[in-house]
Design a protein. Structure first.
Lengths: 762, 211
């Protein structure tokens, strides 16, 4: 892991914006209050499924302090939103499809008046039968949620001959797995403010993961020209996928359009829970066959996921789930299918991993079941099946470079063996049983088999000051720092010496979403390309100035110098005016789109991603057989990230992913109508946090900026399966549904006899 | 490679795991709400003679970050609302307004409290410290500096609350053990999962303060 050849890449420099976050300055939307701002409040549906016969706003309008109440008919443009399929109205028109659906929007002078008026809006509903279970929603006579039917999409990946392979298999294992709906629970509830600027542009500050998408959507809702709306990303207090959807932005745009007056909308925690996307709950039927050596030869997988009332990112979740079903293993014969179904559940969308964490529970449980059937060690069976250079994936893609899965397995092995030999046999109280489990994962970087380019601009002014313009939303993961490091490396500058303009649709071009762990790889490449172009212009002018050939010149500390005679040098600030005066260009645009091939609709054949991240976690758990309480003591987490541009950031992502994985494994479950806030939705606290041993593996990716891939979502994916496998190891009884709550673990403890044994002894 | 820390089973049994946290909230054990009566007693306040309606305003005195402030408040307003919306101190964050997240943690007479679970009138005459009060002029104070140094946050939204909890802990326990740190911040959720670095930052801050 030598970073010496790099100037700033590979160094954990102070993160950009670090100090600003700790002074109390108003940087989040809820901290900003434009003068005379009106307060907005959405009126939400009272039924999970109902026709709307009429909406009466007269009594709401008579509440003192109310300025306006809007309904769907006030939307001047197209009342439909959705990044992949447009099926979600900003305000309901003829029907509501879930309890989260907004039917009207109040603008008032005080929050109290907004609340009173929202309660006074009277909607005449015609209740319809509702369906919440996706398998039931697929039945012929199920209530129809959208005109085009309840099956939103079905994604398939087939390769080889599954039937023949199962016929020949030595062991076949077939199981059903279930996962729960998950609420992202970012600490900052969704918020935004808006105001018209001097020339009438509607300016919206939003807590968002994708300002350029928000811009497109607000423009379309309002039916206005592009330049009439400007979206600026405010500091964003976490997103994890949920802030990819439009939350308050559309409401703010609508009110601004009509009232031309500053407005403010901050969700309460309850509204953030009710009205924003969830992680898709899955039902996964998985069947795998292995030969007598433990090599997996066939997999059949049928999954149904609940996308709720609207599509959001559901199509991406379904295709990613199908593509990732095999896990990081070479399986020649596969038949994989994932169906996303509309129901009256609040809508589900993107959440850290897009269906991959759900799949990982299934494929990693199957791996352990095969290992057990053949009396193999769980690590050994993964080494045997794990992908390597040259492996052909389920979509027919040959993995050629940066395939670090085996390295991850090797990296966890010493700690894993120590735990298996030493830690497991340490004495514990009779009611505590220990277990060790492994989880593996792979994750394609960027969107699945579709174009998802990023752009960036790097510009130098006359004085030689460099500014990076990027549309990439930093939501806490540190992309602004990483992108500055990449630009700095290309230009021989310290990252902090580069000015940045970030995520403002007036000044930056589209970088695509902060999702799919794509920004370091895709936007990183766009930034690098722009910076390389600027560097080349500087070098060219330096040749002229220094009379030295280009290949001998280097950039460092704001100057160009002769690598053989470093005293021969010229500062950027001297070169910049010379270039400009000759009519040269100092502002350069970069563009990058990963090389992919769209997947065939029937077979899934194609190249979904140009590169993959890999990881392996080993979890050590203690289970209280009398209470069902599981403590995760230690997680060893090895991640192949290609190249860690900012190692501390990578470690931060890994530890944060583990925390979220602990929640997914053991405690989190969103139940619509019941889960109101963190009081009934439990996320891990400091005391639930295991000791994490992060291990960075760097299998350099030739197409990545300085070899980098991504880590944001991979960090979370292997944790839950590793914990479930560890709990199974401890109890000798497997849990097939997440979360492995107290009740489920206790059931397993009772079924395995440990509860009784311990209870009788004591 | 950093971010390694010792195993922590003992602490977990005693500390606030998620479930313990929730149970304790009900009884106010995790420094949440101040009981009005207890506060009034501790400050010798007589119960108000006039029965106020929720809409009436009363003038109260708060000592915030060393400065005395007189503010007109409605009796139902929380300290969080008054700090953020009336006085304009945005360092204290709102994550839930229901005593479930810790983003609003401030010190009331040196003790970490959830400002969303404390009525402003309850904090009458108390010494309140918010994140802004930890600044040393334009510079960050020792706990804040430790958080920067240990990279103890990602999005930064929970961070003011974490810092106030650590600050409160160190005021009482200048040399906290790992378990005490863990318990000290277990009333502050961090969804970005920066917990391990927060523990390190607390240690770092303790050393800075002792120096
Ligand atoms: S805002 Fe006070 S505890 Fe969440
Ligand atoms: S840093 Fe984001 S919630 Fe703690």
């Amino acid at each position: 892991m030598s970073n010496d050849r790099y100037h700033t890449v590979g160094k954990s420099i102070l993160r950009r914006g670090a100090k600003e976050r700790l002074t109390g300055n108003p940087i989040f939307c809820a901290d900003m209050e434009p003068e005379n701002a009106l307060y907005l409040k959405a009126v939400r549906s009272r039924h999970p499924h109902a026709g709307i016969l009429g909406i009466d706003v007269s009594s709401a309008m008579s509440v003192p302090g109310v300025v306006q109440v809007f309904t769907a008919k006030d939307i001047p443009g197209k009342n439909l939103m959705g990044i992949i399929n447009k099926d979600q109205p900003l305000l309901a028109e003829d029907k509501v499809r879930s309890l989260a659906d907004p039917v009207a929007l109040v603008a008032a002078r005080t929050p109290g008046a907004a609340d009173l008026a929202a309660a006074a809006v009277s909607v005449d509903y015609d209740p319809l039968p509702a369906v919440f279970d996706p398998e039931e929603a697929m039945a012929q006579d199920a209530p129809q949620i959208h005109a085009k039917g309840n099956v939103m999409v079905q994604k398939k990946v087939c390769r080889g001959d599954v039937t023949a392979a199962f016929d020949k298999a030595h062991t076949i294992i077939e199981k059903t797995y279930r996962t729960s709906a998950i609420e992202h629970t970012y600490l900052e509830p969704d918020a935004g403010i808006g105001f018209p600027d001097e020339d009438g542009t509607l300016v919206i500050y939003a807590s968002t993961q994708n300002p350029h998408y928000d811009h497109k959507e607000v423009v379309s809702l309002l039916g206005v020209e592009d330049h009439a709306v400007r979206i600026i990303q405010a500091a964003t207090g976490g997103g994890f996928g949920s802030k990819l959807d439009m939350n308050v932005q559309g409401f703010i745009g609508l009110a601004l359009y009509h009232l031309k007056q500053p407005v403010r909308y901050v969700y309460t925690r309850e509204e953030a829970f009710l009205a924003t996307a969830k992680r898709h709950p899955f039902v996964i039927h998985m069947k795998t066959g292995a030969d007598e050596t433990g090599r997996i030869t066939a997999m059949q997988m049928k999954a149904v996921c609940n996308t709720g009332a609207y599509g959001s990112y559901g199509i991406a979740v379904a295709s990613r789930a199908a593509v990732h079903a095999t896990g990081p293993y070479a399986i020649d014969n596969v038949n994989l299918e994932c169906t996303a179904v509309y129901t009256n559940h609040p809508f589900c969308g993107a959440m850290r991993g897009f269906g991959t964490p759900q799949m990982a529970l299934a494929h990693e449980s199957q791996m352990d079941l095969h290992a057990r059937a053949l009396n193999m060690d769980p690590l050994e069976i993964r080494v045997l099946n794990g992908v390597k250079k040259g492996t052909v994936t389920a979509t027919g893609q040959v993995l050629t470079d940066s395939v670090g899965f085996q390295d991850c397995l090797t990296a966890v092995q010493p700690e894993y063996e120590k735990a298996m030999k030493g830690w497991l046999s340490e004495p514990t109280p009779a009611y505590i049983r220990r277990g060790v489990g492994i989880g593996g994962m792979w994750y394609g970087i960027g969107n699945t088999g579709v174009q998802n380019p990023s752009t960036a601009r790097v510009a130098m002014d006359r004085e030689g000051q460099v500014t990076l313009f990027t549309g990439c939303a930093d939501i806490g993961q540190g992309s602004t720092t990483v992108l500055s490091q990449i630009a700095g490396e290309a230009l021989g500058l310290d990252a902090m010496d580069i000015h940045v303009v970030v995520a403002d649709t007036k000044y930056t071009t589209n970088a695509g979403a902060t999702s799919a762990s794509r920004q370091t790889y895709i936007s990183g490449n766009a930034v690098k390309q722009a910076a390389d172009k600027l560097a080349d212009v500087l070098l060219t002018e330096a040749v002229n100035y220094l009379k030295i050939r280009k290949s001998d010149l280097r950039l460092e500390n704001g100057r160009v110098f002769d690598s053989r005679h470093p005293e021969k040098q010229v500062a950027f600030s001297r070169l910049a005016p010379r270039i400009l005066d000759k009519g040269g260009e100092l502002s350069w645009q970069g563009y990058f789109d990963p090389e992919t091939v769209p997947l065939h609709p029937d077979t899934g054949e194609g190249i979904p991603y140009s590169t993959y991240a890999f990881a392996c976690h080993a979890a050590c758990v203690e289970v209280d057989v009398l209470t069902g309480e599981t403590s995760v003591c230690r997680v060893i987490a090895a991640h192949d990230v290609g190249k860690a541009i900012h190692p501390e950031n990578v470690i931060g992502q890994i530890c944060g992913g583990v925390a979220m994985g602990v929640g997914f494994a053991l405690m989190e479950e969103f139940v619509p109508g019941e889960t109101i806030s963190m009081n009934d939705y439990h996320i891990p606290t400091a005391a639930d946090m295991p000791c994490v041993i992060p291990i960075i593996v760097e299998a350099s990716e030739p197409s990545g900026p300085f070899g980098a891939k991504g880590v944001g979502e991979p960090a979370l994916i292997p944790t839950a399966p590793a914990i479930i496998n560890a709990v199974t190891h401890a109890l000798g009884k497997r849990i097939y549904a997440l979360p492995a709550s107290l009740e489920r673990v206790l059931d397993a403890s009772i079924a395995s006899g440990h509860f009784n044994n311990c209870y009788q002894e004591s | 490679m950093g971010a390694q820390n010792s195993d922590n089973n003992a602490a977990k049994r005693e500390g606030m795991t998620r479930r313990g946290f929730i149970q304790a909230m009900g009884t106010g054990a995790v420094g949440a709400s101040l009981s009005g009566a207890a506060l009034a007693a501790s400050h010798g306040n007589e119960p108000p003679e006039k029965i106020l309606s929720a809409k009436d305003t009363v003038k109260i005195h708060l000592h915030i970050n060393g400065a005395d402030r007189a503010v007109l408040v409605e009796p139902r307003w929380t300290l969080l609302y008054v700090l953020r919306e009336v006085i304009g101190l945005t360092g204290t964050k709102e994550g839930c307004s229901r005593g479930e997240c810790g983003a609003c943690t401030v010190l009331v007479d040196g003790i970490p409290r959830y400002a969303c679970m404390t009525l402003a009138v309850e904090a009458q005459n108390c010494h309140i410290t918010t994140l802004e009060g930890l600044m040393q002029g334009e510079e960050l104070g020792p706990v804040q500096t430790a958080f920067v140094e240990e990279d103890a946050f990602q999005c930064g939204y929970c961070t003011p609350g974490q810092i106030m909890s650590v600050h409160g802990l160190l005021e009482k326990t200048p040399r906290p053990s790992m378990d005490e740190i863990r318990i000290g911040v277990s009333g502050n959720l961090c969804r970005c999962g920066a917990y391990n670095n927060i523990f390190r930052a607390a240690r770092n801050a303790a050393e800075r303060k002792i120096k």
